[in-house]
Design a protein around this ligand. Structure first.
Ligand code: BEZ
Length: 333
């Protein structure tokens, strides 16, 4: 009799707990089939990655007849990217728009996007988004408890300095350049003769203001949204690399969805990213106008060939590291 009472008590406690916590049936999910997914990323609200995340939310809501919504947490509100990946693994957040910079420290093949001077423009880079090697990169992420969904671009990388343009590689000699921490970026910048310092976006504005760095390796969207042009007025257009975010969903969250809902997520993301890619191409031009209007002196890199030896070297080093990188290079060629 006593055992029967305790069983009944246990069932009552479980039901009460489920009612109080909103009947959690997955990570962002409720027992009535509604979901509010959490998305984290590092950029400001005006950045194209944030706008694409919001667009994803709109599409999701439409396709699920209002059952699925999102809350987007910008500006590293959920922590550094390494913290976000941990939260994705445990299921406490559902999606991440994670820099390819951080993700390339976790997965070799993603270094392919950063090979120096392989794309002349952002248009060239986005063509590779749906290529076979890009899809293989996304599929590889599953071994880390992540479902790779897509790539969204921030723009190509250029060199912004407090004093003067660069005309050739030798002008970088000894310059303290902020880079994003990533194997290819570190190798490339070391070999140029500059003094690269890896630091998260959140520390860059102050470091530039206080002279801890002379300049940075940056894309135009981040340059504009973070207002670095307030301190650094010399932009050399180098197009030395492109800069995507890897869009992932935690495997735990993904697997808590029905196959139909998984398809809704994929479709909504594809529509949002198609939109985001077009928008980022448009912004590449608008951002350039914005920086010029802000008084930044813009100049194209004159002597691209001065980087040739370093470029070839870095490409050789990294294409040996992953067959996907080799395949990616063949696709570009
Ligand atoms: C950066 O760290 O350089 C960066 C991060 C996110 C978007 C754009 C740039």
């Amino acid at each position: 009799m006593k055992r029967r009472y305790s069983l009944v008590t246990a069932i009552v406690v479980i039901i009460a707990a489920m009612l109080i916590t909103g009947c959690s049936a997955g990570t962002g999910g409720n027992q009535d089939g509604t979901y509010n997914f959490k998305i984290g990323h590092v950029t400001k609200e005006s950045h194209i990655w944030h706008q694409t995340a919001l667009k994803f939310g709109e599409e999701l809501e439409k396709l699920s007849d209002g059952r699925m919504t999102v809350t987007v947490y910008p500006s590293s509100q959920l922590g550094l990217e390494k913290d976000m990946v941990q939260q994705l693994e445990t299921g406490s957040i559902d999606f991440g728009f994670l820099t390819n910079g951080y993700m390339s420290t976790r997965q070799e093949s993603l270094n392919a996007w950063f090979l120096p001077f392989v794309f002349n423009s952002l248009e060239d880079a986005v063509k590779l988004r749906e290529s076979k090697p890009a899809k293989e990169m996304l599929a590889e992420l599953e071994s880390q408890g992540l479902i790779g969904l897509d790539f969204i671009f921030a723009g190509n990388r250029h060199v912004l300095l407090r004093n003067g343009h660069i005309s050739s590689m030798k002008d970088l000699s000894g310059k303290k350049i902020r880079i994003i921490g990533s194997p290819v970026f570190q190798t490339f910048w070391d070999r140029t003769g500059a003094g690269p310092t890896a630091m998260p976006l959140s520390e860059v504005y102050t470091s530039l203001q206080t002279g801890v760095i002379d300049g940075m390796d940056i894309d135009l969207d981040a340059l504009v949204t973070e207002k670095y042009y307030e301190t650094a007025k010399y932009l050399t257009l180098t197009n030395h690399a492109t800069f995507p975010a890897v869009i992932v969903m935690g495997k735990k969250s993904f697997e808590s969805l029905s196959p139909e809902d998984q398809e809704i997520v994929k479709e909504a993301m594809k529509t949002a990213v198609d939109w985001g890619v077009k928008e980022s191409l448009k912004r590449e031009k608008e951002n350039l106008d914005t920086v010029k209007k802000a008084g930044v002196k813009v100049q194209k890199l004159k002597d691209v060939s001065s980087f040739e030896e370093v470029r070839a070297n870095v490409i050789n080093t990294f294409s040996e590291k992953s067959p996907i990188i080799k395949e990616f290079l063949q696709e570009i060629e």
